[in-house]
Design a protein around this ligand. Structure first.
Ligand SMILES: Nc1ncnc2c1ncn2[C@@H]1O[C@H](COP(=O)(O)OP(=O)(O)O)[C@@H](O)[C@H]1O
Ligand SMILES: [Mg+2]
Length: 340
């Protein structure tokens, strides 16, 4: 364990044994997480991501291998010591899991009550401080059912931070949220990381989550880590098949457009995607090259984003921008060389 590491995972394997025999969820995982970083783990459903987080905090005991957290080999700890170590690892999930009968304030107090080392005043002060941190002081007395999904996740984050953990584990924490709320939760995690220096591990199947906040990323596929690196390196030069599949734009329907300008168009769910691009081509008499698209159809409208390469002709470019403005679509300039 070096000075800069907070977690080291060594030769970790995890199997489940059931009616169908052995299910290998993780095999020979080696990872090193640095203090203060935001580390992403991306993979498809069933790859082993949730099992990995649960092994990191020893909610699941690895079948083989070690987890060294803050200098301690977790397999060597007794139950009491493990509980103490877990208190240093906050966790949030896709489903928030707030206590329905407790107010936001009392949800945040919960881990401090369990820890049993805080007096009432300390708990109150800490809970209010955390409500401020997540921007929800005015919701202290609201019950989870009175909060939006994004607000519930903010309270869950505050609760996870209550006992001053060194690491925050996030398992698909934004997967149930719409794109705008996802962005705000990710910015909050980023602020928290910068302000209090907590190490954050983000588990997701969505590459935009990794792209927006992570410093480094590991790609997990079928129980194995197939790639680890700085996000920009992995995104620009994915090596494994699965990373290419998750990251690279599909090559279909790409025409030759020679312009250097490139736009990212964001679909916030208020318009359908397909007609926009084809109508734009018709009404502007200019084709764009779709370099990347990650849009989902939700109730007939598009949610996601798309990167298009503009034609070389400046008038055509201006027409396209005007068209997008007219449709009230948000867009921003991108660097072509990040995509081709
Ligand atoms: N408690 C369990 N018992 C049996 N199999 C499990 C259990 N938890 C996970 N698995 C299996 O382990 C594999 C990885 O699951 P999981 O870690 O949940 O993947 P992910 O979070 O990437 O979707 C899957 O094949 C899953 O069915
Ligand atoms: Mg999972």
């Amino acid at each position: 364990m070096t000075e800069r590491e907070i977690i080291r995972i060594e030769d970790l394997s995890k199997s489940f044994y059931g009616k169908q025999g052995e299910v290998v969820a993780l095999e020979k995982i080696d990872l090193s997480i640095r203090k203060g970083e935001i580390f992403g783990v991306i993979g498809l459903s069933g790859a082993g991501k949730s099992t990995l987080v649960r092994c990191i905090n020893f909610l699941e005991r690895p079948t083989q291998g070690r987890v060294i957290f803050d200098g301690k080999d977790l397999s060597q700890l007794n139950e009491a010591e493990l509980r103490l170590a877990r208190r240093s690892m906050g966790m949030i999930f896709q489903g928030f899991f707030l206590f329905a009968q407790r107010t936001a304030f009392r949800n945040i107090c919960f881990p401090m009550e369990i820890a049993g080392v805080y007096d009432k005043q300390q708990m109150q002060e800490r809970a209010m401080e955390l409500l401020d941190l997540v921007g929800l002081r005015e919701k202290a007395n609201a019950y989870p059912s009175q909060l939006s999904g994004g607000q519930q996740q903010r309270i869950a984050i505050a609760r996870a931070l209550a006992t001053n953990p060194k690491v925050l584990l996030c398992d698909e924490a934004t997967s149930a949220l719409d794109p705008t709320t996802t962005q705000s939760i990710l910015s909050l995690l980023q602020d928290i990381n910068q302000q209090i220096g907590v190490t954050i591990i983000i588990i997701t199947h969505e590459m935009r989550v990794i792209e927006q906040v992570c410093h480094r990323v590991a790609v997990i596929d079928q129980s194995h880590i197939v790639e680890v690196g700085e996000v920009k390196d992995v995104f620009l030069r994915p090596q494994s098949q699965i990373a290419k599949q998750l990251i690279l734009p599909r090559g279909e329907g790409v025409e030759q457009v020679t312009g250097e300008r490139c736009l990212r168009i964001v679909f916030d769910g208020s318009t359908p995607a397909e007609p926009i691009i084809s109508n734009m081509t018709l009404s502007c008499q200019a084709a764009v090259n779709i370099l990347f698209a990650d849009t989902k159809n939700i109730a007939g409208n598009a949610v996601g984003h798309m990167v298009v390469q503009l034609p070389e002709d400046e008038t055509a470019q201006a027409r396209i921008l005007a068209y997008l403005d007219g449709k009230k679509l948000y867009y921003k300039e991108e660097r072509l060389h990040d995509y081709v």
